[in-house]
Design a protein around this ligand. Sequence first.
Ligand code: HEC
Length: 113
Amino acid sequence: MKTLSNPALQAIRVAAVALVVGVAAPAAADPFPGADLAVAKQTHAAQCVECHAKRFGGEDGSEIYTRFDRRVTTPSGLAQQLTACTTMLNLDLFPEDEHHLAGYLNTHYYKFQ
Ligand code: HEC
């Protein structure tokens, strides 16, 4: 029997560990792994859309994320800007809520890999 090369074994071990801790190994690099997009969609609709839509337009408040001169240009920039909004506004979100939101915004608008 042909034995598996070390890198292959390593990859299998990593995948197995990911399964054990309940994290799906992402197909492509995901800067916000495991973000719960369904939860984030609700948080976003409830806490973020109205103000963004009022100031930047777009019926769903998305103009702010897609405008030509948007501020966010990196995954860490996204996390920072998002935290700036929630802190400034005292929105009282848990870090995992912010992680979900970052994943949600990235999936729909920023698309960082
Ligand atoms: C009371 C108003 C208000 C609320 C509520 C608000 N924001 Fe913002 N947000 C802003 C403003 C104003 C900016 C633009 C800052 C700038 O361009 O200088 C902004 C910018 C951002 C950006 C950067 C967009 C870009 O240019 O790329 C992100 C990301 C963001 N907000 C996330 C959120 C999230 C997530 C929430 C909800 C949890 C939220 N914001 C709630 C006012 C708000």
